[in-house]
Design a protein around this ligand. Sequence first.
Ligand SMILES: Cc1cc2nc3c(=O)[nH]c(=O)nc-3n(C[C@H](O)[C@H](O)[C@H](O)COP(=O)(O)OP(=O)(O)OC[C@H]3O[C@@H](n4cnc5c(N)ncnc54)[C@H](O)[C@@H]3O)c2cc1C
Length: 486
Amino acid sequence: MSNNKERVCIIGGGPAGLSSAMYLEKKGYENYVIYEKQGKVGGKCYSPKIKVKHNGVEEEKSFETGAIMGAITYHAVSEMEEFGGYHHKGPDFKEGEPNMRREFRTLDGVIDEWSNPKANFSFKKLFGLLRLKKQMKRLNKLMQTKYVGYDCYGHLGVAKGEYYGISKGVDGHCGATKENSFPNYIKGTNPNLKDLALPFSEFCKLNKVEEVQRIWIAPFTSFGYGFFDEIPTALVMKYLDVTTALEFVNLRLWTWQDGTQEIYIHVNDKLKHPAILNTEVVKVERPEGGKIKVTISQDGKESVEEFDKLIVTTPLDLFKDYADASEEEKELFGKIIHEKYCDYIATFEEGKSPNISGYMVENMVPERLGHAMVYYNRWQCLDRDCPATVYALRNHAGSEDVSFEYTMKTMDEDMKRVGFPIKDKLYAQEVYYCPHVSPKDYAEGWYDKLEALQGKRNTFYAGEIISFGDMEDTCAASKDIIGRFF
Ligand SMILES: Cc1cc2nc3c(=O)[nH]c(=O)nc-3n(C[C@H](O)[C@H](O)[C@H](O)COP(=O)(O)OP(=O)(O)OC[C@H]3O[C@@H](n4cnc5c(N)ncnc54)[C@H](O)[C@@H]3O)c2cc1C
């Protein structure tokens, strides 16, 4: 029974924590607290401002260390924008706005026009592209027919051949339209959905659409979400549903002039209780029948606060170690895997920064862990001395991880090889990225087991694990959890 006078603790001031607070307020809850361990909100949307020179004049521009883009399918993020009063640019880019144009480069630095039939024309290339087009059409049709119900947030029931969740309102599936799609719940049975537990590469083979991986790989693998032989299809297709994937291909994307972090700074400013910064939750005790005791650490000092309910938006595999986790929680959360995604913002030797973003598809294979997969030049309108961000993954299921140091060095070598020699690194990081479970655990109903834990011991789980590790899915997960349980 919901009672909006109850005191609610939210762990984490990233998109998931702040959207939880926003949706709580919308339901009349005002007695909540958000604890954020860092000195800033926005989590992995950190967008520092860096001074750059343009036509000899110095100016400050935002650079993103994490989230960059959105798409027309970002409904929950739109609600955050509305609440905070801060809106995106795009999908058509104007002069002076962050630009998502990109090219493909071979490791020898040659521009690879693989998708342009006229460039280096050959019948082999033409037939390859026609095959790809045919398979794209086939996949789109399959998703609307054989896999009806795939396009809702979250994974409830999928392992049993069912679906239940907020419709993404894409592709006009399941009766959803742009007008009624959010927050329209869809529910049904479709045994074919069990295929979504398969690794994406196997799913494509099963459905004879193997070529489409060429389209999906760039926005998926290069953006750190893992390799297609290790990630359940559900994660790939729920994030990059056909509509969103085509928005990527056609570069019809959203960006934020001052960086994605600004969305959350604005939301935080509008909340009745903005996040309490530099405050880490270090212990959680949930005695039977009593209040939840949350131990926080601020400036090295610990204190205890009491709450009626707890919303965890932070990694659950870490939560189990500082909370009084039950055996069930320990077992379930212990199965979570995450990607080890590394990136840096770098300056380049004089006049040699990339003037457009680029994908290096040859590096998007597990054999080349630690190699640069993509570089992002956000400010294509500026001089060729502008910094850019470079990204690589250092793990793959079944392979040994490569080290962070090796990854940094290898990325430098790759950038030099393609013609963009790095001068300095302004910022470098590895992030806990895209938490998920293996195809086997997915097939065994991991997400339904998590659902069964929702609300037990007055604890609710939100954040990236619920649906997918992007801004939209995390914010939509908050909407779903708050909507159904509060
Ligand atoms: C390089 C990169 C590129 C990306 N690109 C995109 C993109 O283009 N589009 C997109 O939609 N998404 C993108 N993402 C993903 C997106 O940033 C994340 O999915 C999103 O930030 C997840 O939000 P969250 O709140 O669940 O987690 P987080 O953003 O990780 O926030 C969690 C917060 O909890 C805090 N915290 C953790 N533990 C504790 C504790 N014990 N006590 C208190 N606070 C704690 C952390 O400090 C953090 O602020 C990208 C991410 C990265 C790193």
